[in-house]
Design a protein around this ligand. Sequence first.
Ligand code: IVH
Length: 622
Amino acid sequence: SPSYRVGSPPAPEFDKVQHRRPMLSLDNAFSFQEIQQFLDRARRFLKLPENIDIPLMAEPKIDGLSASLHYQKGHFVLGATRGDGQVGENVTANLKTVRDIPLILQEEDFPEDLEVRGEVYMPRLDFETLNQNRQKEGGSLFANPRNAAAGSLRQLDSSITAKRPLRFFAYSYDTDSPVQNQTQEDILKNLKRWGFSVAAPSRLCETLQEAFDYFQTLEALRPTLGHEIDGIVYKINDLALQRRLGTIGRVPRHSIAFKFAAEQAETTVEDIIIQVGRTGVLTPVACLKPVFVGGVMVSRATLHNEEEIQRKDIRVGDAVVIQRAGDVIPQVVQVLVSKRGFDTNPFLFPDVCPVCGHSVTKMKDQVAKKCSNIFGCDAQAVERLKHFVSRPAFDIEGLGEKHLETFYKEGWLKTPADIFALFDPKRPFSQQLRQLEGWGEQSASNLQKAIEKSQNIPFDRFIYALGIPQIGQVTARLLAKHYKNPEALWKASLEDLLTIEGIGPGMAQDLLAFLQDLDQQHIVKDLLSHIVIVPYQETQSQASPLSGKTVVFTGSLENLSRSEAKAQAERLGAKVSGSVSKKTDLVVAGAEAGSKLKMAQELGIKILNEQEWMALIDEKAS
Ligand code: IVH
């Protein structure tokens, strides 16, 4: 019984859990041609003949949120949300209330140390009932089952979660014990035997045609399923191939999501407003007559930029077709011109910032118009602060959008450094803050604690938090890894930045412009006086003899494509270079190796043949 499963008392916030292996995302395909291309890429990577079929396991893609469950000797001991993929939140007490999650595994053949991954979701009917009850009680409504599931799982009080109809489908597991599984099919079978629910119907597809047939079957079944699915996940069934394929960036090369077509609906554009983002970009947004699409009420759609409005000639008063798919922001697909009245006018995009009145500029080769008043525009300042406190950045809970806006208007907060001085008794408003309407002493002291806690910040999150144009989480991590500390980062040169794989000239320029800007330097200096930067740590930090080493492949390898060889080396922390120099640590020489091999011999660099390389990899991989 779920109520029996409720355990610990409410905590002030969730503990963080570092995932043993990162929780990845999936690449999306929107056409079957893209599935074909996905398989072609895999075959090339694996050096398999073009005409060979690679069997795929096809599974419904559940629209919920992923969770990781740890079992020790068959007992559920730890459960975490995905978080940013590297670090999640410890929601064990809440997951214990989900009835599909076995607290003790069945059968006896499970590995001693097991990590199961899957999707927490809320069935459609349960979602509707929950919302109806909330409406009766005057509470706010959840937009869709996925949001309801996420909100329910992240309750600090697990007795609330226990009352929510959450469910769980398992889709994979991993273990440090010797691997016995050969295929994804085995994995699903074992999960079922051990007591997990597995989403149905899944199917092993031997050919691309079978994969396509499964898609048609599932699309037809979709409306009859008790829960939302947003597509199909195709996974290469053979786990040995999966391991060889590995990952690229944040996605595996062995699996792909095929997204169902977006659902569409017709409505009217009631207004077009302009939002100003943290980097000053002006984004037009259509305010719509609310309409139900893809399971949610939609009242806004992004119009992207000025060109997009012109191209589609979207006007206030127009009847339009909108669409929404999964997480994606609703979009206007087309205007129904035949329904257009005589009194509409083309939309005139403003030439000044609607918030601060400053003139807007349009960068060469870019479609976006930007308010160039970086430090004088209130909209930009507030958006920067929102970004700064967001979860992947400083993660300051209790400083939501409304509070930030109020604090900014009151003049209590202008730049990030001000956040850390909010409760400084020397500041005139530090008392006022505690008496703010709508929040008690408790919220103020919770906020104070959250702020204090955020003062120790990993270097990558610090970089991300600065809100530099084009520098997202992934790039911030690359920079943190490369530069290690702010002093080194602020000395970065264009040349040096471009040696980092994954950083292009555009990004490098935006970054340098930021680093060299005197006002920004001032703001960062202020900020640094309030915080402590924690050195960046990688998740997979298993020390490897190849880590940090430079490897060169030369000659033709018999069983490996170059890309697979390169990926193998990079997985073990090595850098792959195209030419041999004194900096080279290891050369792997295949058949007909020429000048590079000779050079390596002359320089006395360690040389391996393909078999020796494979032996080294196997040893390190197991
Ligand atoms: S496999 C590398 N299988 O989809 C990630 N994911 O878009 C491998 N999802 O974060 C995930 N149903 O939360 C897998 N049958 C399924 C899934 C599934 C839903 C979610 C999962 C993942 C997201 C990726």
